[in-house]
Ligand binder design. Sequence first.
Ligand SMILES: Nc1nc2c(c(=O)[nH]1)N=C([C@H](O)[C@H](O)COP(=O)(O)OP(=O)(O)OP(=O)(O)O)CN2
Length: 164
Amino acid sequence: MPRTTTLELHKEEMKFSAGHFTIFSATHRENLHGHNFTVFVALTGEVTDNGMLSDYGPLKRTIIERCHSWNETFFLPDRSPHLKLERNAKGDVLAHFNGEELRFLARDVTVLPVANVTLEELARVFGEELVGDGSAMRRDGVLKLVVKCASGPGQWSSWEWEAA
Ligand SMILES: Nc1nc2c(c(=O)[nH]1)N=C([C@H](O)[C@H](O)COP(=O)(O)OP(=O)(O)OP(=O)(O)O)CN2
């Protein structure tokens, strides 16, 4: 009788400190600030006759590497309807919002393919980069993967992928 299981990964290292501002409208945004974000990943699939879903080691390393790459940076959204970004030859960014100009050095900024730097969008981008085209997940027998992202204790967003 096939049995499914869910593995939950929420290690101490699955965290990143980053800055951002949420944009609420064409004229209203937050001031620049930061959070200590944490990440939780759950994968569900069938337990094989070897008594395991699949080795979660490679996925754990990938999650931690992504958290490290998002640590100590400032996020900007590349798809905001309200914020326009210009990059110079050095990769420095000039962001235009409601008549304001915000300048960032290339070393300090991470531009994400998101409409807004929110928990919802961070979880989505994180999850989509983990899953890719889904082939590795299917190879490893993963039927469902959930990514949750928190901006602090008790405040999470969630993103889900399911094998077709
Ligand atoms: N739907 C969403 N709404 C808001 C988001 C979001 O990601 N999705 N984010 C924000 C801001 O980032 C804001 O900084 C979060 O503020 P806050 O809730 O105050 O977060 P804290 O970690 O500071 O939690 P405290 O409750 O203040 O301790 C707003 N809306």
